[in-house]
Design a protein around this ligand. Structure first.
Ligand code: CTP
Length: 403
């Protein structure tokens, strides 16, 4: 099979250096990438870098290799165009159909999906001119990823930062696999919990678990891509925020419960992908627990944590709210899963078998999604995104049935 052809447009912002990592991720995962920088982009990262990393010639203008008609061919042949970073100027040109260099010509001739990853100062992003240009591009079917909030060039911080290259890469991979037309979660508020809670014993120690948070992040990212407003409640994941998602950081099960209850109040669906500690130490030592010569350590006494999934399932914040739980099992997986689904009272339970290569920390997952209606949806071994998409298919069906 031919490699998918990706055009990486780079416009003139300091975040151009991050596009090098995006380029690497794209080429290493089997994409044929042609980089089309603007002349301004080359002030930040030179043509030699783009050419060496992509293994292809690089030009900014339509006057090189004219016999190959590059201003038309590059766009026509692409399976995906991604512009990262997309400056206010490039967004404006794209929205108005200007074509004064190779990138803007390519944007006019491309008939494939187009993804823009904007990066600029907050004032420029919030300016009505930029906002209207973004709205125009989205109305025409382009994907404009929301910029991240954080450190900008110089001393400023705010909205306008380029999302992490890994996030832009995931957005590209998803568009290539599934197209751009899915908006079945548009207008919905979705809450996802992710990661593993930590229950402190003293200021330096805690009881924790091995959940990486990757499955929850994949759920948040894909829900946002399907048009939802997403609140991600993240417990100790240490991962960059997925683009366009509101992230609430928590530490313990009690903090997670508080954040979930608050966000669930107006949510259409809640997915509990977090590994919540069932127990916490009964006491917290304000000072570090010291070992004492010749003495056995004090036993650690545990108390139960609230069961958040059971609580939100029994006491639904809204009629028709869809609630999804996760269960990691080692033996008798389906029978245990069925019992857990009934005990917790949720609508769907994603049951994973825990074992080597599977579940904790890996990029891949395999599961069966059990429904309270008796349904059973197997999801073969594959990327965590694929499992996430199946969960949203099932959630969207249930939400659709309710309206
Ligand atoms: N969960 C929760 N609150 C807890 C514990 C778990 O909301 N205090 C949620 C998890 O987010 C997950 C699901 O419940 O969606 C399954 O958790 P699990 O720990 O497997 O369930 P338990 O009832 O604790 O079952 P087990 O007997 O296997 O420990």
């Amino acid at each position: 099979m031919d490699k998918p052809k990706v055009v990486l447009g780079v416009s003139g912002g300091i975040a151009a250096y991050k596009a090098c990592e995006l380029l690497r991720r794209l080429t290493e995962s089997g994409h044929d990438v042609r980089v089309v920088p603007t002349a301004s982009a080359l002030h930040f990262v030179g043509a030699a870098t783009w050419s060496a990393l992509s293994g292809k010639p690089v030009s900014t203008e339509v006057w090189d290799d004219v016999h190959e008609v590059p201003h038309v061919r590059i766009g026509q042949q692409a399976d995906l165009v991604v512009v990262a970073p997309a400056t206010a100027d490039t967004l404006a040109k794209a929205a108005h159909g200007l074509a004064d260099d190779l990138l803007t010509n390519t944007l006019l001739t491309a008939r494939c999906p187009v993804v823009f990853a904007p990066a600029m100062h907050t004032e420029m992003w919030e300016h009505p001119a930029t906002q209207e240009n973004v709205a125009t591009l989205r109305r025409r079917g382009a994907i404009v990823i929301e910029p991240a909030v954080g450190r900008l060039t110089g001393v400023d911080t705010g909205k306008g930062r380029l999302p992490e290259p890994a996030e832009i890469f995931e957005a590209c991979r998803r568009v290539l696999a599934r197209g751009v037309t899915e908006t079945d979660l548009k207008g919905r508020h979705i809450v996802v919990s992710a990661g593993g809670t930590r229950e402190p014993l003293d200021p330096v120690r805690f009881l924790g678990n091995r959940s990486s948070g990757k499955q929850g992040y994949a759920l948040a990212r894909t829900a946002a891509a399907r048009g939802a407003r997403v609140t991600l409640i993240a417990a100790n994941t240490g991962m960059p925020d997925p683009a366009g998602v509101d992230v609430v950081q928590v530490g313990t099960a009690v903090q997670l419960r508080e954040a979930v209850l608050k966000a669930a109040a107006d949510a259409d669906a809640v997915v509990m992908a977090a590994a919540v500690a069932d127990f916490r130490p009964a006491t917290y030592a304000a000072g570090k627990i010291k070992k004492k010569d010749g003495q056995d350590p004090e036993p650690i006494v545990l108390v139960r944590n609230p069961d958040i999934l059971a609580e939100i399932s029994t006491d639904r914040a809204r009629p028709g709210q869809v609630i999804v739980g996760f269960a990691a099992e080692t033996d008798d997986v389906l029978a245990n899963g069925r019992r857990k689904l009934e005990r917790k009272g949720c609508d769907l339970l994603v049951v994973n078998e825990v074992g080597e290569r599977k579940t904790f920390g890996s990029e891949e997952n395999e599961a069966v999604v059990l429904g309270a209606d008796g349904s059973e949806t197997p999801v073969p071994y594959g990327p965590k995104e694929a499992l996430a998409e199946t969960v949203w298919d099932l959630v969207a069906r249930r939400l659709g049935a309710h309206v």
